[in-house]
Write a protein that binds this ligand. Sequence first.
Ligand code: ZN
Ligand code: ZN
Length: 103
Amino acid sequence: MALALRPNCEYCDCDLPPEDSRARICSYECTFCADCVERHLRNVCPNCGGGFTPRPIRPRTEWRPGLSVAKRPPSDQRIHLSYSEAEIAALSERIAAIAPERR
Ligand SMILES: [Zn+2]
Ligand SMILES: [Zn+2]
């Protein structure tokens, strides 16, 4: 199973195409832009409480057979948070000071 490469930030809904270096993911592939991770989420995933890492960029060139953005295209299913801004802020407030490896 490859990363889904989700097409948007779950918080602000900006586009995050496969080559976008602003994309951040948690271990469950919840996907946000770097700006929202820093300013709104404080490195706390609103869905699972985990931290974020830059999403790896899938090569556009098929360096190996069958492996490229064209051969393994990104997901086209836009995902949106089911929590309110207040609920998200409350969770970040509780968890942000705990390092991800200790959560
Ligand atoms: Zn965003
Ligand atoms: Zn998550």
